[in-house]
Write a protein that binds this ligand. Structure first.
Ligand code: SF4
Ligand code: SF4
Length: 353
């Protein structure tokens, strides 16, 4: 791993040089909200944020994505023939992604990029994107990354990790993609030992600031059916209004729905984010809905993140502790409390009478 440095005053020049080789994305402030957006003018990048409202997941799984296009003119040669919609897979670099959001992409890979099944659009977007992470020096009070396998300077899933030190950044170059980006930037210099030591102190201090914790140690061993039948779901679901905010903000939620949209004699097949919190999500064409009740949907969300994912992928929980769902749930349903209920559960499989 290479350890390099760049002064903050030169960082805009670096970004401008990178624009020659990459489509740049970074955190942009609009009012009180920071979100990842394409960067036309590098002065739009705001690296002073704590965390973005939405994660950069949408750069890999867009909220609405064209999959196929087709014609509907019966006289046309190509009526009803599906053609893959064209997309731009030229190299892309995401500047300033937080370590938790980069780790989340790896957790989602477990679903979209497997030996049996590869989602072509997810995989292409992942392969052509270089992730330049920015460690968190001021984590939010709702962050709990350190107890779900991450940390404010965790380098999982990143190509380069930046640590902000006064008027400079220390850059850890972690992968070949990272090396290529550093070469294109053409300005980084070797970091001296003193700077590396300062960075290590900053990183340790940041980890110490994360006081919110969850215990996931028993989740794998607890019987799935026992957990599914636990009494506490009644209380957990009580206040939920099924708004879907928790799932739309979550960097590890991957559910989508596919719909055809037609305009005159052309059509396109879209996939759009969907949410297990919505009743329509599981509605069958027959009218039957296996998760027609709110308690079933709320339980599904937590069981998926904290039990089914754990058992299926053996990669820990499907939560990186970003705290977005904790901060923005309008009725204060808190995954940390639900995780405690699940992890401490001692009940048995309920008897069916
Ligand atoms: S954000 Fe809160 S109220 Fe909305 S669906 Fe999620 S748990 Fe329910
Ligand atoms: S479940 Fe909540 S805290 Fe965990 S990754 Fe998703 S939004 Fe973040």
């Amino acid at each position: 791993m290479k350890l390099l440095k760049i002064s903050k005053k030169d960082f805009s020049d670096v970004l401008n040089r990178l624009k020659d080789s990459y489509r740049l994305y970074g955190p942009v402030r609009k009012g009180n909200i920071v979100d990842f957006a394409p960067i036309e003018d590098v002065s739009d990048i705001d690296l002073s944020f704590q965390n973005s409202r939405l994660s950069p997941k949408s750069l890999f799984l867009p909220q609405s994505e064209r999959m196929f296009e087709y014609g509907l003119d019966p006289a046309g040669d190509e009526a009803h023939i599906l053609k893959e919609a064209s997309k731009d897979y030229s190299p892309k670099a995401v500047i300033g992604i937080r370590p938790c959001d980069a780790k989340a992409l790896e957790l989602v890979d477990a679903n979209f990029d497997t030996p049996e099944f590869r989602d072509p659009w997810w995989v292409k977007a992942r392969e052509t994107t270089t992730l330049v992470g920015l460690g968190c020096t001021s984590p939010c009070s709702t962050c709990f990354c350190t107890t779900v396998g991450g940390g404010p300077f965790d380098d999982a899933g990143l190509d380069v990790l930046l640590t902000e030190i006064n008027d400079a950044f220390l850059a850890r170059v972690l992968t070949e993609k990272g090396e290529k980006l550093i070469k294109a930037a053409n300005t980084f210099e070797p970091a001296e030992e003193e700077l590396v030591q300062k960075a290590t102190a900053i990183e340790q201090e940041a980890a110490g600031k994360i006081v919110s914790k969850v215990d996931t140690s028993r989740l794998a061993e607890i019987d799935t059916l026992a957990l599914h039948g636990a009494d506490f779901w009644e209380d957990v679901q009580f206040a939920c209004i099924n708004c879907g905010i928790c799932t739309y903000l979550c960097p590890t939620c991957w559910c989508f729905d596919i719909q055809d949209e037609t305009h005159g004699r052309v059509g396109c097949r879209m996939r759009n984010w969907d949410s297990c919190m919505f009743p329509l999500f599981t509605l069958h064409a027959s009218g039957h809905n296996p998760r027609g009740q709110k308690i079933q949907r709320v339980r599904q969300r937590f069981m998926h993140k904290l039990k089914y994912y754990v058992d299926t992928y053996k990669m820990g929980v499907a939560c990186v502790g970003c705290g977005r769902c904790v901060q923005h749930c309008p009725v204060n349903i808190d995954i940390r409390q639900v995780c405690r209920l699940m992890n401490e559960y001692e009940g048995k499989v309920p008897k069916v009478s």
